[in-house]
Design a protein around this ligand. Structure first.
Ligand SMILES: C[S@@+](CC[C@H](N)C(=O)[O-])C[C@H]1O[C@@H](n2cnc3c(N)ncnc32)[C@H](O)[C@@H]1O
Length: 313
């Protein structure tokens, strides 16, 4: 009963309820919350500490940023979920919080879009800056060597490199990306007699325009670290996978190259196995395996490749 009371006390305050409400839309930094709620950082931090102490939110520092998210592992999380669901959808304070949050996110998305728009032509060089691409691609090729499917999906396809390599494994292959400039380069790359079964479409990997169970393979290569809500993209990857379909995610392991945020629009400085595996498990992906590719050159980062299979219905 003590835990339940602590939870109710922590949630039972206007600002803290507002924080829970905006965190239900995805993980967030303190600075983003101060902009959404128009309250000072010390004040928001004080409320966040109370929420974290009561186990309602989890805090994870990463470089100079600190992220918060709802603590879905709390045994009373269902109650938090219900509280959030009970918030009146027409409450003016909550609506204004959401509007400001949408603006903060839109500004960040614009900055990231501008980065990719400006760098689309150079992307194939840039992508090899911190990793030996050939090694990652060789490992992924081995992992998919026995796989054949009807539809292969590449989320955050960029200039379409994954489609170029892996489309021979599928009767049809489609890449989604939010950035039109990247897609222009991808289309040129896919304009080849061997790739007539490939196409790219503009689309957000937080809301993939495909039906449940449509794909036999989904690839998410070096995309999660740009996203507001990487867990949601993993959920979308799993949703569009057919039972027994395979998902393959490649991204950085946790690192400290803060400059990637400012200079290359990264939001997250890599991901731990625990984090990615939890997202995959929550999305009904089983037989999850993690591989780490160690750097071979100074300045390279460790790359993780996480694979799994969609559970049978
Ligand atoms: C680092 S690039 C990787 C591209 C490609 N997967 C590769 O390995 O070359 C990341 C790509 O993710 C795209 N992206 C970022 N946010 C996205 C979103 N919400 N939905 C779809 N694509 C997104 C960017 O436009 C960019 O093309």
């Amino acid at each position: 009963m003590d835990d339940l009371l602590a939870l109710l006390r922590a949630a039972g305050e206007p600002t803290r309820l507002r924080i829970l409400s905006i965190l239900s839309t995805g993980e967030m930094t303190v600075s983003e919350m101060t902009q959404a709620l128009l309250q000072s950082q010390p004040r928001i931090s004080r409320h966040l500490k109370l929420l974290a102490d009561a186990g309602l939110v989890v805090r994870f520092p990463e470089g100079s940023w600190v992220f918060y998210r709802l603590n879905e592992t709390n045994e009373n999380y269902a109650l938090v979920d219900q509280l959030i669901a009970l918030l009146p959808p027409d409450d003016q304070t909550l609506l204004r919080d959401r509007e400001r949050l949408d603006r903060v996110r839109a500004e960040r998305a614009t900055r990231a879009q501008e980065y990719f728009a400006a760098n689309a032509a150079d992307w194939d060089d840039l992508r090899a800056r911190h990793i030996r691409e050939d090694l990652v691609e060789a490992e992924m090729t081995t992992l998919l060597s026995d796989t054949k499917c009807d539809l292969l999906v590449d989320l955050g396809t960029g200039t379409g490199r994954m489609l170029e390599i892996f489309s021979p494994h599928a009767s049809r292959a489609v890449g989604f990306d939010i950035n039109a400039n990247m897609l222009t380069i991808a289309r040129a790359r896919l304009d080849h007699p061997d790739r007539l079964h490939c196409q790219v479409r503009q689309g957000d990997c937080a809301d993939v325009p495909l039906e449940d169970g449509a794909a036999g393979v989904v690839i998410v290569h070096q995309v999660l670290h740009f996203l507001d809500d990487p867990a949601r993209a993993v959920g979308e990857a799993a949703r569009v996978l057919a039972p027994s379909g395979r998902v393959l995610i490649a991204d950085f392991l946790p690192h400290e190259v803060e400059a990637l945020r400012n200079e290359h629009a990264h939001r997250r400085l890599g991901f731990s196995d625990d984090e990615v595996i939890e997202w995959l498990n929550e999305a009904d992906i089983v037989n999850v395996e993690a591989r780490h590719l160690q750097p071979r050159r100074d300045g390279d980062l460790v790359v993780g490749i996480w694979t799994g299979v969609k559970a049978e219905a």
